[in-house]
Design a protein around this ligand. Structure first.
Ligand SMILES: Nc1ncnc2c1ncn2[C@@H]1O[C@H](COP(=O)(O)OP(=O)(O)OP(=O)(O)O)[C@@H](O)[C@H]1O
Ligand SMILES: [Mg+2]
Length: 392
């Protein structure tokens, strides 16, 4: 048959022949079968194209949905500056899970000065770190200016911290080799919005705001604790943050200097700055516009310390919890002693550190008394002397 061919097969004809086992050229012309096959193939190809376009628009529709959802989460019109919803944070310490936050709900509005008080280990720093974008929650949501920041990745969180949050810590955290002015300029460098001269001017204005314009060329070691904290506050405001978070802002200062810092914060707050602070210091609550109390990873109640009375039910619950904690504490001490058999000298603090803070923070008696009671109950020959436990 092939000798009857006058024209040569095209690749398409070869394909036809391979597929059907029939000849594409018959009597020197394209065969009817081939032409039919060609038309059919074209139709199929158009169909496929249509289907592709359809599925593409399905993809696009999906993308639009995601965009819309994100837009909702970004929420251009937001009612509250910060909304915290059912926030949980659990740390894993080896195989032990420490529930540092156990369902915190909180709303912060622009111009609030919120103080959160609570015993050591109650979760204050954990809450601040989550609101400040230093860490992410195990469960729950945080909306900052209407945007859900609880799911953001590290880069996006770093940007939020840089642009929207000011931080003030107990130990100031200034860079020791740099002057006060340079320290305040650091966040301005990172945001890269101003010229060198603009940054300098802004940093000097901020130092003037905290009353330190004359100390701008001093390094931290040449400044007192209160002055260093004022520099830290100026630095926190460098990028006009939506909120300034403060962790024990007066924790390292004597009470007089602490009051000076609080007066400064109150001034800034009156000019519109929003603060959330955590502390053990009752003085902070005197300056705050709203005070919350925290215990065992939960916000327990709202109110200024003077104006608030623990109800009988709350008192009873606290006492019951303390008794339960005492039993937990004893079994943990026992476990520690068991693991350290043979030692004759153990630091009480080492035992304490093996027990979660929330337990230590709410005990009905002094830790040393509980330790002594446990030794007696178990006929262990030992004595607490000073900060050590001596065993025979
Ligand atoms: N990185 C971590 N890894 C494991 N556990 C942690 C971590 N950070 C905090 N915790 C635990 O979570 C609980 C809450 O700690 P957090 O530091 O938030 O308390 P706090 O109220 O700030 O205490 P303090 O007043 O002593 O500063 C504590 O039991 C603590 O031991
Ligand atoms: Mg803390």
């Amino acid at each position: 048959m092939s000798e009857q061919r006058i024209i040569k097969n095209t690749p398409e004809m070869d394909e036809f022949e391979n597929e059907t086992g029939k000849l594409a050229i018959w009597k020197g012309k394209e065969s009817k079968e081939f032409r039919k096959w060609q038309v059919k193939r074209q139709k199929n190809s158009i169909k496929k194209q249509k289907a592709d376009t359809l599925s593409l628009s399905r993809e696009q529709r999906k993308q639009m949905k995601i965009d819309l959802k994100q837009e909702k989460e970004i929420g251009k019109d937001y009612e509250h500056l910060i909304v915290v919803e059912n926030l949980h944070k659990t740390y894993l310490l080896g195989t032990t899970a420490v529930a540092a936050l156990r369902g915190v709900d909180l709303t912060i509005d622009k111009g609030n000065f919120i103080d959160i008080m609570g015993p050591s280990g109650s979760g204050k720093t954990t809450l601040l770190n989550l609101i400040g974008g230093l860490d992410t929650p195990t469960r729950g949501k945080i909306f900052l200016e209407g945007r859900n920041i609880s799911m953001l990745n590290d880069n996006a969180l770093a940007e939020i911290r840089r642009e929207r949050i000011g931080f003030v810590f107990q130990f100031y955290n200034l860079l020791p080799q740099m002057t006060a002015l340079e320290n305040v300029m650091v966040p301005l460098h990172f945001s890269g919005k101003l010229s060198r001269r603009g940054k300098r001017k802004k940093a000097l204005d901020l130092l003037a705001l905290v009353g330190l314009e004359e100390r701008s060329h001093h390094t931290p070691s040449e400044l007192s604790g209160g002055e260093q904290q004022r520099v830290a506050i100026a630095r926190a405001f460098a990028n006009d943050p939506a909120i300034c978070v403060l962790d024990e802002p007066t924790g390292d200062l004597d009470s007089k200097t602490g009051i000076l810092i609080l007066n400064l914060l109150r001034d800034l707050n009156k000019r519109g700055a929003t603060f959330i602070s955590v502390s053990h210091d009752a003085a902070v609550s005197e300056f705050a516009t709203k005070v919350f109390h925290m215990r065992d990873g939960k916000l327990t109640h709202e109110g200024k310390i003077g104006g608030l009375k623990e109800t009988e039910a709350m008192q009873l619950k606290r006492k019951q919890d303390a008794e339960i904690n005492k039993e937990k504490c004893k079994s943990m001490i026992f476990r520690y002693l068991f693991a350290n058999q043979g030692k004759t000298h153990i630091m009480v603090n080492d035992i304490k550190n093996s027990i979660p803070n929330p337990i230590i923070a709410n005990l009905p008696e002094h830790f040393n008394d509980i330790l002594t009671e446990l030794l007696q109950e178990n006929n262990i020959n030992g004595k607490v002397i000073g900060d050590a436990l001596l065993l025979d």
